[in-house]
Design a protein around this ligand. Structure first.
Ligand code: FMN
Ligand code: SF4
Ligand code: SF4
Length: 444
């Protein structure tokens, strides 16, 4: 049976599923409830200088039938008194000594950092997470993403913290940067024990067309929020990969955050190098109970593949994430329709004809099952992505007899197309209909 327990930079937890610093970790009550439900750790809602919150605070992107495909907030760090939080932290640790309780912190001056680090250490925190991420409110006061976007400042504050901290320190990065490796390297240089990412993306989720203001509207006005939830997972995974492949960064453990909702999301994060996982939006949307499916799903995945601990497969996908120039230019797949599954909606035909390569034909006999014109198909996947029936269109590898070759190798062999009309260009000679074929028949 798979062992889900982790030791993350010295912070031990019975499993890698931690609540991210956010409303679900606002109080000892919620964290104890979460641990009872099966979460392995919790990063306390960020503690720091006093704040006042506004009402309302959240906005969302509801995509078709999916509510909160993306989620946004303009909330600040904890607005509860520090002493209440510390008292509750101590109590949580008494009930759950083997679970990870991490204090997320955000203050301004060196003196404030020294004081609050000692406060949370005395309260029994297992680790500290530095919040250099909030892209709203706190950054206007020179904290949060204002630090996360300035590697030199970030490094200095990490150094202050490392001078004082006696427990492991995780630096939580802001994704609102061009190159995530810049703050990542700064955190390494400052001496951080670990990294976590991502915090939220600076965003406007939509406009209220009556108020003429962004959501969430506060008395007729709005501001940019921090975007999170399932919509950000692809960008977060890419940033994780950037850190996990970087030779000067990847010796640090990384806690993966962003759109994690199921065990599959967790497995993807681990395969790209994360060794703990943090969840906010999914816990806010569905409650703490989702951790049961996450744990059992990940355990089954590990048992099926013979992994005893998550370290057996952490980062295992990284060697397969390469640069475009190293991909095999001669690998070929073609779309294949399963006529028994097809319901004749013709979405694939429309997508391919208007948005791809005119490689799907409609039947002439009035029936609705389309067919693939193989010689026109470039294997782009679009039809299989739009088809509403699972596995109805599959992409099948075709052996074209051509040897493996990459752009990089062709560059070295001096066989890349080099002029605008070069015969060696990929699309040269590929069928496209005549422009006039698009005219309505009567005008032709
Ligand atoms: C309402 C709300 C409040 C948040 N507050 C904090 C915070 O106080 N400190 C922090 O580091 N991150 C905060 N976050 C960011 C989350 O910890 C997390 O990094 C982000 O939501 C991405 O994870 P998710 O996609 O699972 O939501 C907050 C997020 C939300 C939605
Ligand atoms: S894979 Fe692309 S080119 Fe081929 S049939 Fe589908 S949409 Fe058309
Ligand atoms: S999209 Fe799928 S179900 Fe619809 S016609 Fe094409 S193959 Fe058939």
């Amino acid at each position: 049976m798979a062992d889900l327990s982790i030791n993350f930079a010295g912070i031990k937890a019975p499993n890698p599923f931690w609540l991210a610093s956010a409303p679900p970790t606002n109080s000892g009550y919620q964290i104890i409830k979460a641990f009872e439900a099966g979460w392995g750790g919790a990063v306390w809602k960020t503690l720091g200088l006093p704040t006042i919150n506004v009402s309302s605070r959240y906005g969302a992107v509801n995509y078709r039938d999916t509510r909160m495909a993306g989620f946004s907030n303009i909330e600040l760090i904890s607005d509860r008194p520090l002493s209440d939080n510390l008292k509750e932290m101590e109590e949580v640790k008494k009930y759950f000594p083997d679970h990870a309780v991490i204090a997320s912190l955000m203050v301004d001056t060196r003196e404030e950092w020294i004081q609050i680090i000692n406060d949370v250490q005395n309260a029994g925190a297992d680790g500290i997470e530095l919040n250099f991420g909030c892209p709203h409110g706190m950054c206007e006061r020179g904290m949060g993403s204002a630090v996360g976007q300035e590697p030199e400042v970030l490094k200095t504050i990490v150094e202050w913290v490392m001078d004082e901290a006696k427990i492991p320190v995780i630096t939580k990065l802001s994704p609102n940067v061009s190159h995530i490796t810049d703050p990542g390297l700064a955190a390494v240089q400052g001496g951080s024990d670990a990294l976590s990412l991502v915090n939220t993306f600076k965003s406007i989720v939509g406009l209220d067309l009556d108020a003429y203001a962004p959501f969430p509207v506060v008395d007729g006005k709005g501001t940019n929020g921090g975007y999170c939830g399932p919509a950000i997972k692809p960008i977060a995974l890419h940033m994780l990969k950037e850190l996990a492949q970087h030779q000067k960064i990847n010796h640090l453990p990384i806690s993966g955050i962003g759109g994690i909702e199921t065990w599959k999301d967790a497995a993807e994060y681990i395969l790209l190098g994360a060794t703990s996982l943090q969840v906010c939006t999914a816990a806010m949307h569905y409650g703490f109970g989702i951790v049961r499916e996450m744990k059992s799903g990940l355990e089954k995945f590990m048992d099926d593949r013979g992994y005893k601990t998550i370290y057996d497969f952490a980062g295992k996908a990284l060697p397969n994430v390469t640069e475009w120039k190293y991909l095999n230019l001669n690998y070929s797949v073609k779309a294949k329709i399963n006529n028994d599954k097809c319901v004749g909606c013709d979405l694939c035909y429309i997508a391919c004809d208007d948005g791809a390569h005119q490689a799907i034909a409609l039947p002439k006999d009035g029936s609705r099952i389309p067919s693939i014109i193989e010689e026109n198909c470039v294997g782009c996947n679009l039809c299989s992505l739009v088809c509403p029936i699972e596995d109805c269109i599959t992409m099948v590898q075709k052996d074209n007899g051509k040897a493996h070759i990459t752009w990089h190798e062709r560059t070295e062999n001096n066989t890349i197309p080099s002029t605008f009309n070069d015969d060696r260009a990929g699309g040269k000679g590929h069928y496209v209909p005549k422009p006039s074929d698009a005219l309505k028949t009567s005008i032709k």
